[in-house]
Design a protein around this ligand. Structure first.
Ligand SMILES: NC(=O)c1ccc[n+]([C@@H]2O[C@H](COP(=O)([O-])OP(=O)(O)OC[C@H]3O[C@@H](n4cnc5c(N)ncnc54)[C@H](OP(=O)(O)O)[C@@H]3O)[C@@H](O)[C@H]2O)c1
Length: 238
């Protein structure tokens, strides 16, 4: 994985990250008892719609657990699914492994075959998608964060409820110091209230890696707070 950045650049690809995260760093939950199902803790349909819009016609890199948590395949997207073994994929049908007319397919990958898959995309895929989205989960974000040049972050103002029996899956974004030096917030809000269950508030951020990392470093996050770029004063749109 350590040569991934060079490989991506050599192939003319760009890695972008898309994540929804609560202020305490939660990105998902897993049930504390069998069958240990993985899912999102909140119901924010607007975030799912944003995900569909942003990642349309792009390839996606994800961990096996995130893949298994998807309710269905994401249409028009190649799912590059990382696992240390190929066992899990033995039950996939040849139809699922081959790309359909809409561009939907599953490409099981390991750390060793990832470069091959990226080469297939960049050199041999009819659409030659330039952007590959890193969509999680925590293990995958942690490994790919440093290679991403764009971040689509949804802050979801969700808190664990009393009596909730699941385990939280945490992911902490790179420290604010990295954002301040190398990143620029190009879109920030406003806060919105979801139509979904619980009417949770959320805000969309878009962050890009600076061409020149030094420029305006101290004010890169403007009036924001902590590692997540949370605006200090929430501007709610109820
Ligand atoms: N809020 C969000 O934006 C968001 C996004 C995605 C997921 N999620 C949530 O996150 C949870 C799942 O995330 P997770 O962190 O538990 O799992 P994950 O990152 O999706 O998957 C972890 C698995 O991926 C494989 N893997 C990761 N890196 C690899 C590497 N370098 N080489 C080979 N295999 C590798 C391994 O599979 P093997 O065990 O097979 O080796 C590992 O066990 C779910 O609750 C999901 O709903 C939330």
């Amino acid at each position: 994985m350590q040569h991934l950045g060079e490989e991506v650049a050599r192939l003319g690809l760009e890695l972008a990250c898309i994540v929804a995260v609560s202020p305490n760093g939660t990105i998902g939950v897993t049930s504390a008892e069998p069958p240990y199902a993985q899912s999102l803790p909140w119901d924010v349909p607007e975030d799912l719609a944003n995900f569909q819009r942003v990642t349309k016609h792009c390839a996606l890199i994800m961990g096996r657990k995130t893949f298994l948590s998807l309710p269905r395949l994401l249409k028009g997207r190649i799912h590059i699914v990382l696992s240390s073994t190929s066992n899990w994929a033995s039950e996939l049908s040849s139809t699922e492994l081959q790309e359909d007319d809409e561009g939907t397919a599953i490409w099981p990958a390991t750390a060793d075959t990832l470069a091959y898959h990226l080469t297939q995309l960049a050199r041999h895929h009819p659409q030659r998608p330039r952007t590959v989205f890193v969509i999680g989960g925590s293990a995958v974000f942690a490994q790919f964060a440093e290679f991403c040049t764009r971040w689509y972050i949804t802050i979801v103002n969700w808190q664990r409820g009393e009596g909730d029996m699941f385990k939280e899956v945490h992911y902490c974004l790179p420290p604010a110091s990295l954002f301040q030096q190398e990143m620029e917030v190009v879109h920030n809000g406003p806060w919105m209230r979801s139509r979904g269950k619980g009417n949770v508030e959320y805000v969309f951020l878009k962050i890009e890696r600076r061409a020149s990392a030094a420029e305006n470093a101290p004010t890169a996050l403007g009036g924001t707070d902590a590692a997540y770029g949370l605006p200090k004063e929430k501007e709610k749109q109820d």
